[in-house]
Design a protein around this ligand. Sequence first.
Ligand SMILES: NC(=O)c1ccc[n+]([C@@H]2O[C@H](COP(=O)([O-])OP(=O)(O)OC[C@H]3O[C@@H](n4cnc5c(N)ncnc54)[C@H](OP(=O)(O)O)[C@@H]3O)[C@@H](O)[C@H]2O)c1
Length: 328
Amino acid sequence: MKFLACRIYKDEETVSHRLQQMDMDELSEGEVVVRVHYSGVNYKDALAATGKGAILKKFPLNGGIDLSGIVESSSSERFTKGQEVIVNGCGLGEIHDGGLAEYARVPADWVMELPRGLSMKEAMVLGTAGFTAALAIHRMLVNGQEPTKGPIVVTGASGGVGSNAINMLSGLGFETIAVSGRTMFKNYLRELGASKVCSVDELNLSERPLDKGVFGGAIDNVGGQLLNQILAHTNLWGNVASIGLADTHKFSATVFPFILRGISLLGVSSTNCPMSLRKEIWGRLGGDLKPNKLNKILTEEVALKDVSQVFEELLERKRYGRTIVNCL
Ligand SMILES: NC(=O)c1ccc[n+]([C@@H]2O[C@H](COP(=O)([O-])OP(=O)(O)OC[C@H]3O[C@@H](n4cnc5c(N)ncnc54)[C@H](OP(=O)(O)O)[C@@H]3O)[C@@H](O)[C@H]2O)c1
């Protein structure tokens, strides 16, 4: 049986992708065959498909680091035909054929039952972006983050992680400061629950290694000097979650925020999250952490055959919220 997939190739040093027909026996091995219903376009997917980031560990490979769908067949007794499931991270779309295809075949250990409280579509509006935002918030809460410590600053606010983080944090009663380089998304971010929306310049942060504490904590999607400045302006015992590198992977700081204010810099890796914690976080995404504005966070649903244009647009900062891919 032939089916459509977004397959990424490397010829000499050039990485490119094609929408092409392929056979089931070309797919990476696994116990569970899933008829994919939805996938999402994450920043990492765009880096992988365009070759602008070294994401893939082998070629050729179907892109897509997340998926929701229905089990078509399973040689593992943990899953049965017709069951609604999701997969995210674990190597999907990095070392193993991913979700940007009509079918995927995955190890049973990576598959989760669709969490209660979420439809297959909602699960991909959240996708890896929503999962990562929730993982960051979980780590912050475990480490003592409370609304009384001050507002949480969210950078790269209009993107998939940022939008989900703002909506989740506001649902938990946190004040949030959405930092966006695009003023046109002020109303959108307000609708998601941001208490304040501003540009990096409007934050008025100094270059000093430690300065007045103004943030309770942070979720950072952009990296670089801004991350350093946020650390220097975070209140006592605040938590700063480092998620992304939309500006740069580079980062330098001093130890002062850590040794003088007890601030924690929390790492967040959605790919490597242990399965027990992954299931717990997805459970919360269908419950207390479920964003109440998912309908606003979903900005576009594109057909699999049209996914190419989204990759460039995402990297060129022409998109916001979440773009999901309908693979039916
Ligand atoms: N650690 C993990 O496990 C994990 C998981 C998912 C994502 N990530 C990373 O987290 C980041 C966000 O992912 P995403 O899926 O939310 O991507 P996205 O939807 O493309 O959002 C990224 C946002 O960052 C801002 N931005 C884009 N280019 C920028 C630049 N050159 N300088 C400063 N800001 C820029 C934009 O927000 P504004 O225009 O509003 O400023 C953009 O909407 C990415 O770096 C991604 O690789 C990491």
